[in-house]
Design a protein. Structure first.
Length: 284
């Protein structure tokens, strides 16, 4: 083998060794690049997922903001309508205020006029008060005289009324006595028709303060506060009166020392005997 061939072989070996070194370096670099690329792709995938989640949240927030914007626009429209209405009311109130101010001004003038009139009337009242003072004194004197006259008139009326009441009581008593006498006459006439001899009867002695102390209207029993101590005997007849009214009559059946009891024989229609009624023995 020639020297040139040897050199060429050595150069080929050197070039082959260099190529292998370069290839090995390139393969190492490619592996590093691939690893880095895969790491970056994974990182980018995580970032993409985060970005997509953020985009979804932002979309929801945009939708919420759009809904809020719609509601805000509606509120703004309502507020504009209300503002327009308030503006009209304000203009109406302004007109009313102007009218009220004019009315107040007129009322102020009227008040001033009334004040002047009141001042004049107060002056006139002061003059009238002075003249009324004397008039009141005269009225008081006249009222004093009137009171005296009324008192005297009242006394006279009371006297007349008392007299009229006494007269009425006397008239009632007279009527009651006449009724009692009429009833007694009827009883006497009945007794005579039945053959009772009344010629031997003697007028009874009046018994004072005889009153009913016990009553049983169911059994028609009457008890009085006089007995044998007041010469009451069996068969006595008492007429019962209350004030000027005739009540009835009862016959004595039982006599005791200080009381007597008997049976009710006559009762005026509509009347009833009560404790305290007066018992008279002089009407029969």
């Amino acid at each position: 083998m020639s020297q040139i061939a040897r050199v060429f072989v050595v150069l080929n070996l050197i070039l082959a060794a260099g190529f292998m070194c370069v290839a090995a370096s390139f393969l190492g670099y490619q592996a590093d690049y691939k690893a880095k690329l895969e790491a970056e792709q994974k990182m980018h995938a995580a970032d993409k997922a985060t970005a997509e989640a953020q985009a979804a949240n932002q979309k929801k927030e945009i939708e919420r903001l759009q809904a809020d914007l719609g509601a805000t626009k509606e509120k703004a429209s309502n507020l504009e309508t209300k503002n327009s209405s308030l503006t009209g009311e304000k203009e109406s109130l302004t007109t009313d205020k102007t009218n009220k101010d004019a009315q107040i001004a007129q009322l102020t003038k009227n008040i001033e006029s009334v004040n002047e009139t009141m001042k004049r009337m107060q002056d006139e009242r002061a003059a009238l008060t002075t003249s009324n003072t004397k008039l009141m004194q005269d009225i008081q004197a006249a009222q004093g005289n009137e009171r005296k006259a009324n008192e005297e008139l009242a006394k006279a009326k009371d006297s007349i009324l008392t007299g009229e009441n006494k007269l009425s009581d006397l008239q009632k008593a007279h009527t009651s006595l006449q009724d009692a006498k009429h009833e007694a006459d009827l009883l006497i006439e009945i007794a005579r028709k039945k053959g009772v001899d009344l010629t031997g009867l003697v007028a009874m002695e009046p018994i004072a303060d005889a009153r009913v102390i016990g009553v049983d209207m169911g059994l028609k029993l009457i008890q009085v506060n006089v007995g044998s101590n007041r010469k009451v005997s069996k068969g006595y007849v008492f007429d019962l009166v209350r004030g000027s009214s005739y009540i009835g009559r009862f016959n004595v059946d039982q006599v005791y020392d200080t009381t007597a009891a008997g049976t009710l024989t006559i009762l005026k229609p509509g009347e009833t005997v009560t404790v305290g009624d007066v018992a008279l023995n002089t009407l029969n």
